[in-house]
Design a binder for this molecule. Sequence first.
Ligand code: APR
Length: 234
Amino acid sequence: MSRSIVILTGAGISAESGIATFRDSDGLWENHRPEDVATPEAFEADPDLVHRFYNARRRQLLDGVVAPNAGHIALARLENEFDGEVLLVTQNIDDLHERAGSTRVLHMHGELLSSRCSVCEAVSELRGDVDGTTRCPVCGAEGGMRPHVVWFGEIPLYMQEIFTALERCDVFAAIGTSGNVYPAAGFVAVAREAGAHTVELNLEPSWVNTDFEETRLGPAGTSVPQWVDELLKS
Ligand code: APR
């Protein structure tokens, strides 16, 4: 049995929970061009629009309808039952892995339920709406809070920890990610170079599909539980 598994997840794992992916149909993210809501320049130009956009995403996440699906639940089961280490690296800003029960989760693109103070840099959990008048719970400054989300052009979080894990894993899986955005799209090459077995689980082959040794096509809510069952039996 493998001793260490690193799993990268993207928007596709949350699709069956009702959260829109980024690039599937018209290139728009919930009716906005990503560059209008997900760049530091967009926030500087129109902070109210960006706050409204993330407030809407946050309300959707907490609306009582969005819930972890069978894919999230299977990954939590894997962490619980696997005789070795399981690390989840997610590009998603939702909290569905945690709600399903996963505890070792690195949110490399930040978290929707947290905001960061641009005055003192503290990150605080804020589950309600945030706007230009919101005070930092740590330093009390008003108007400096921004979504704790890694925007285009910003450096993803936890990179050192992630690369260390990739270099020593036995299995690397990527689930529901298009392979469009680096550095995440390059993780498979690092893991493979280090000798890991690499597997992609996605609705369709991703942009970096040829870098994987194994591909499992289908909706994550079906393919992930099957894959986890096989791993736990092997
Ligand atoms: N099951 C499995 N895969 C699915 C499903 C599903 N039910 N539905 C969609 N997919 C696949 C799509 O085929 C696509 O390859 O999930 C992928 C989603 O791709 P993207 O929308 O590009 O999302 P992601 O790869 O997570 O984006 C990476 O880009 O915009 C930035 O920071 C943002 O974290 C995001 C990053």
